[in-house]
Design a protein around this ligand. Structure first.
Ligand code: ZN
Length: 106
């Protein structure tokens, strides 16, 4: 019991939520549904991950930046801040466009 608790705490400490956002579920898109789901940018094991969760299909995780330090440097320096933001927006637009295509074709 105590060991399980320790393991769980260790796991929680490693993961840090950096940003909350929204996205669409890729599985729902495959089924022709445009389901907007909560998504977040998290830091885990020195990497930045993009995580989203659909009530029906569960969790999806993507590597957003493979180097957490690089991400933080980019985020904190004013000039480079636009790069991850643009990447994120591009990804969102692509997902939404794909979702809309699917919905309209069906
Ligand atoms: Zn889904």
């Amino acid at each position: 019991m105590r060991v399980t608790e320790q393991v769980r705490r260790k796991k929680e400490r490693k993961v840090r939520v950096l940003k909350e956002t929204v996205s669409v579920c890729p599985k729902c898109v495959e089924e022709g549904k445009l389901n907007v789901i909560p998504a977040r940018i998290i830091e885990s094991d020195g990497k930045i991950l993009y995580e989203k969760e659909c009530e029906e299909h569960g969790k999806f995780q993507d590597i957003y930046w493979s180097d957490a330090e690089l991400y933080k440097r980019a985020e904190s320096s004013g000039g480079r801040e636009r790069v991850p933001l643009l990447q994120r927006l591009k990804k969102r637009i692509m997902e939404i466009t794909d979702a809309l295509k699917t919905v309209w074709v069906l």
